[in-house]
Design a binder for this molecule. Sequence first.
Ligand code: ATP
Ligand code: BTN
Length: 322
Amino acid sequence: MASQKEQQLVEIIQILSQGGFYSGQAIADKLDVTRAYVWKLIQQLQDLGLGIESVTGRGYCLEYPVELLSSDELDKTLKLQQLDLRLMTDSTNEALKGEGFAHNKLVVAEYQSAGRGRRGRKWVSPIASNLYWSLGWKTQLPVQQLGGLSLVVGLSIVSALEKLGVTGVEVKWPNDVRYQGRKLGGILVELSGDMVGGLNVIIGVGLNVHMANGAASSIEQEWINLQELKPNISRQDVLTAVIQELQKSLEQFAEHGFDAFTEQWSRVDECFNKKVAIIQNDDVVNGIGAGVDSNGAFLLQTGKGIKPIYAGEVSLRFRDED
Ligand code: ATP
Ligand code: BTN
């Protein structure tokens, strides 16, 4: 249940998203609060990463169009066990852990205070700008076969985007969605629960849609927004298309494993035939990307033959030198 303050924040976003300037007093009247309190709420939205411009004598306006996600629309179009759309949460993956888990339950947030990537890295999650969601998936597959899962999620994202007219998106093994070397999204697959009667899998995805530069200042690598690839793309449409595509792929994955996806993978594999370094703790192994095996392990062509690499704790970097 959203708090009164969260409802007020949503109301302000809704007012501003109609376009144009609104004075503090006009917003205060609509919310039935004081102007000083509106000022505080606006400050808070700015702190959460929303681009709000403030012009003396004119009031507040959004720096770019914002569309809040609609749970009614998502409920209508998606076949889900449960939908949980929140304005704010710490991490949508966290929300699905333990008691929060259900098969085919989707948790979506407009803002994450503790969004994370692999190995506890921070996932920058400003409010109402990008997509942050996690899907619960119960599977009878043994854990050893789940190595290809994050690749299947990446493939689903690429296919859904293609259907929306966005082409050229690739996947960097094992969990990065990228466009011309710039990070567009990331995938975090986690296991939860006591593993009795199947595994509880949490599939978390962050996709940049319209993130302001200011909000992204802490990202220490090249990144990109979908907005740049297709102006005015709708977050609602992207989320819907990706979930529908993923649900189809998960059924196929449960039935045939990663084998059913190897050909599709070769079309979006950013590392294929590229010089790469696999880094694990202080160990670095150089080689050339040679695709993936039927379990989704990365195939590294080295001087001593092909070496399979399992996702776990490794990092993959491109390299220019020999
Ligand atoms: P690897 O896992 O191979 O080391 P990586 O550097 O991409 O690759 P990840 O843990 O996959 O690391 O992703 C987290 C990283 O993604 C962060 O350290 C940050 O550089 C970047 N990042 C965080 N938020 C965003 C975002 N919204 N868009 C793009 N990149 C982001
Ligand atoms: C990565 O590139 O390392 C993966 C990033 C995954 C980010 C998403 S956002 C929704 C879900 N909740 C999280 O805390 N992380 C994932």
